[in-house]
Design a protein around this ligand. Sequence first.
Ligand SMILES: Cc1cc2nc3c(=O)[nH]c(=O)nc-3n(C[C@H](O)[C@H](O)[C@H](O)COP(=O)(O)OP(=O)(O)OC[C@H]3O[C@@H](n4cnc5c(N)ncnc54)[C@H](O)[C@@H]3O)c2cc1C
Ligand code: SF4
Length: 521
Amino acid sequence: MTTRYDVAIIGTGAGGGTLAWTLASTGKRILVLERGDYVPREKDNWSTRAVNLQGKYNTKEVWHDAVGEALHPHTNYFVGGNTKFYGAALFRLRREDFGELKHWGGVSPAWPISYEDMEPYYTAAERLYHVHGERGADPTDPPAGAPYPHPPVSHEPRIQQLADDFARLGCRPFHVPLGIMLDEGNPGRSRCIRCGTCDGHPCLVAAKSDAQVVCVDPALEQSNVTLLTRAMVKRLETIPSGREVARIAVERDGAEEIYAADIVVAACGAINSAALLLRSANDRHPRGLANGSDVVGRHYMGHVNSALMAVSKCPNPTIFQKTLGLNDFYFGSEDWDHPMGHISFVGKLDGDTLRGGAPAIAPGWTLDLMARHSLDFWLTSEDLPAWDNRVTLDQNGGIVLAYQPNNEEAHRRLTAKLKSLMARQSKCGVHGHECHEGLFARNLFLGQRIPLAGVAHQNGTVRFGFDPRTSALDANCKAHEVDNLYAVDGSFFPSSAAVNPALTIMANALRVGDHLKTRLA
Ligand SMILES: Cc1cc2nc3c(=O)[nH]c(=O)nc-3n(C[C@H](O)[C@H](O)[C@H](O)COP(=O)(O)OP(=O)(O)OC[C@H]3O[C@@H](n4cnc5c(N)ncnc54)[C@H](O)[C@@H]3O)c2cc1C
Ligand code: SF4
């Protein structure tokens, strides 16, 4: 027997979780389907060995790359999706990111909506996700309708010293906007204890603003919202005309269950939503559901990212490192008229984490020692939406990810800028200019860049746009070709910008939520 709902949301991450939260108050019958379970609450949540070295919470699913090599994706299937593990750096895209931007490697296309369309939803998402930040300090900050709801997270002394150095060199470092429930004015009562295992780890004390804590759990307090965990959606089936999704086929504990809803929303993450639509091909949609344009799965983007360690003779005792950002080169510089990207930090690396992707070891150093003395930067440049960078399926329905990096010169230039800034740091009182030992890429064996399996920032595979020939979704994120199908995860991005994607996914879910509330009324 089929059970029918008003809305079915597939996935509980930044997109799906946020949408469930905003629709919960409508009183409509909402079904949330999540392939994973809750993250078990256990000491390993905060173990770098378990999380980073052993990959305890990573999916064990195996994907393949374009030449058939096995890929072990760094992604997580749990209630809350990848926000359970994210670093909670919650950036707005820059206003210019919504327009067309010329890059060294090509064109970053315009979005079908403007920054002004998204702005109220950014403000709402920042409130919902408890973002701590400081407006206007970042020179590329777009205009905002309200101050951040919470003050910025302070720098620890080594990071403050670096911020002062960067400022002396003419840059405008800023406090990264962070979604953590930290009350520095009242540490004894603060839910967040500012620990060293935030980025990449689930929060043992539920103080990270992830989609489970902030959205899914509160939504479930309403009796009209039902969550089914371990419910993997295998296929969406349409009515004979192909214009409506009629059945949602779910595999749950080894058995098939069928559900139906007036509105069906894919929020499985960019790669899995594309895979779901491709698996749902039928006579009316031979290339995959809603894929007359052939864009579903294409234009995969994941950012050009590097983790770089700047090792000093002086130790870096910072516990919570991810507080400093630098966007001075985001749109270019005096000597290079193309966007380069964004510089910030990862959570403080330790020896166990480094053993999972060892850097070139500086002469005379061990991994543990390097980790104690490093500043651990995270560099992000925009990758451009290329037609052949895409998700397809193998003969068993498994995921194949083909990706050729592009716009790499921007990333090389960004790295060179950081190198030059680090070489010009102010004199260390103990070691003079000799304190700085150099920059080391975190992963020697897989090259300088984060490898293909690093799909943390996946986006772009079911792009939205005005033209059904070049996009799968319309400006409301409804499929052009299916009247009751939407997507609200990272798949809708037509371009990736160079800041972290989650806040834009959350804000967009609130925007689509408003559209759905009108439609359901
Ligand atoms: C270690 C790490 C650090 C990160 N740090 C940051 C950061 O600091 N700032 C930032 O902005 N972003 C960060 N990100 C990225 C951020 O987490 C993602 O951009 C965001 O979670 C994507 O949201 P989503 O809704 O697209 O997908 P997800 O959050 O991945 O949610 C998708 C959900 O769908 C479920 N699902 C998938 N397929 C199916 C199916 N067939 N049936 C049912 N359920 C399904 C999954 O289990 C999952 O729960 C980080 C990611 C990682 C992994
Ligand atoms: S306590 Fe704070 S810093 Fe530690 S994981 Fe939780 S939110 Fe992050």
